[in-house]
Design a protein. Structure first.
Length: 413
């Protein structure tokens, strides 16, 4: 089959690029080529089914990688212009305390997928599903996309295949492997917006505990980044949005990274010491496992006392020494875990690493193959949790689509 433009990948960035090209070049034949049986599968799962599609505060510090995401985001419409005015999706800001996040008013990601379905249909964009692109080659100035049983001949290609994260939504990194064989370079790939693994021994007794606090990624004693929020302790990893936002650092600091939690950021060491000394007096006849009752949930309170004081839990609180109180204060303010790995791809929401900036022009066109454009997670930039990754997908899709459309019109490139 023939198409003027083939968009490989029916996800967020592929959708946005197809809308942009179809609006700019109405007589162009555009197909979205998708390996799954339907497009938009990952989009439906985003934001716990609510789709955190953007954020009110988009800053360079929210993106990490060699591709300058903010430079492109600034050149493209904001959520109001794109979603509200162009896509006719009513949006609201903030859902369940997630300040700054932009969501569809319906609180349902299906609304976003359905609005794209209508828009793409009205623009005449076709979809070819169950077509996994396994090879990209060139013949007579055209590109040929091949699957196991078929081929598509086209003039321009938009590669919007995502990365490795969320494997059950069609993204298994296979396109990155194809591109590597075509000569493209990638930054080191690792899961981002994901839990971080720590030794299960260190987490014994903490499984299921959630605690509000500050958490930092630390390497060689240096604090790399600090986040605040709910820290969730699991069987073999630590998660929560605050941890998700530190996960990308694993790419650079693998094997030498720690998580350091401050479980009482609002109380300084001095006040905490005074507090514990008072508790020692008031609960003197009770067992030491009650020392932190009133500050933390039971499992966390017992874990901290047990692992810091290392003595029988039947000992009485009045036997706790000043030095032991000092030790406890230190641990509560500075509880450290060695990071032993990152989470499996199926538990990650984004990919850190991807096609590096030197392989593409400012227009997101390939420097190796003219007429091939890239957008979305396949490129070497990853955003924080909170709508940043979808914003990158929309903006890079629009920008790649706009430049592809310009080249189709033979206009400025
Ligand atoms: C569970 C989950 C929740 C998330 N929630 C949010 C959120 O609320 N807010 C946010 O900002 N980000 C969120 N993200 C991240 C965000 O969804 C992604 O960063 C974004 O969807 C990436 O868009 P993309 O277009 O690059 O790729 P994708 O949306 O991943 O789409 C790529 C598409 O390409 C197809 N494909 C891959 N290879 C081929 C091939 N060889 N041939 C044909 N088709 C192919 C895949 O099947 C897929 O449909 C979430 C991610 C996950 C996994």
């Amino acid at each position: 089959m023939y198409a003027d433009v083939a968009v490989i990948g029916g996800g967020a960035s592929g959708y946005a690029s197809a809308v942009e090209i179809a609006e700019a070049c109405p007589d162009t034949e555009i197909v979205i080529v998708e390996r799954l049986l339907r497009t938009g599968k990952k989009l439906t799962a985003t934001g716990n089914g609510k789709c955190n599609l953007s954020n009110k505060s988009l800053k360079a510090e929210n993106y990490h990688g060699s591709v300058d995401a903010m430079k492109i985001i600034r050149k493209t419409p904001d959520y109001n212009d794109f979603f509200v005015r162009k896509m006719d999706i009513m949006c609201v800001s903030g859902s369940e305390g997630r300040e700054g996040g932009i969501y569809p008013h319906s609180n349902s990601s299906a609304t976003v997928v359905n609005a794209f379905r209508l828009k793409l249909d009205s623009l005449g964009v076709k979809e070819i599903c169950d077509f996994e692109v396994k090879g990209i080659s060139q013949k007579n100035g055209k590109y040929i996309l091949t699957s196991e049983k078929d081929e598509i001949v086209c003039r321009k290609v938009i590669i919007a295949c995502g990365g490795y994260a969320g494997t059950s939504f069609g993204t298994d990194g296979s396109m990155l492997r194809i591109l590597k064989n075509m000569g493209y370079k990638t930054a080191k790939i690792c899961p981002a917006v994901a839990p971080l693994r720590v030794s299960p021994d260190r987490l014994k007794g903490l499984k299921g505990v959630r605690a509000k606090g500050k958490i930092s990624a630390v390497s060689d004693g240096k604090v790399l980044k600090t986040e605040t929020g709910e820290i969730q302790f699991n069987e073999n990893n630590i998660s929560g949005i605050c941890v998700f936002n530190l996960a990308y650092l694993f790419q650079k600091y693998e094997g030498k990274m720690k998580l350091r939690a401050d479980l009482l950021p609002e109380t300084d060491e001095n006040n905490l010491t005074i507090y514990l000394e008072r508790v020692r007096k008031n609960r003197s006849e009770y067992n030491i496992d009650e020392l932190l009752t009133g500050i933390f949930v039971k499992n966390l309170a017992v874990y901290l006392v047990k692992n810091t004081l290392r003595r029988p839990m039947t000992d009485k609180i009045n036997s706790v020494t000043d030095n032991e109180i000092k030790k406890l204060v230190k641990v509560i303010k500075c509880l450290e875990f060695e990071v032993t790995g990152c989470s499996p791809w199926q538990n990650a929401q984004a990919t850190c690493g991807g096609i590096i900036s030197e392989c593409i022009t400012e227009n997101l066109e390939s420097r190796l193959h003219k007429g091939i454009y890239f957008c979305g997670e396949i490129l070497d930039t990853v955003g924080d949790c909170g709508g940043y990754n979808l914003q990158w997908a929309w903006s890079s899709g629009i920008w790649a689509g706009r430049n592809c459309a310009e080249s189709l019109k033979g206009g400025k490139r």
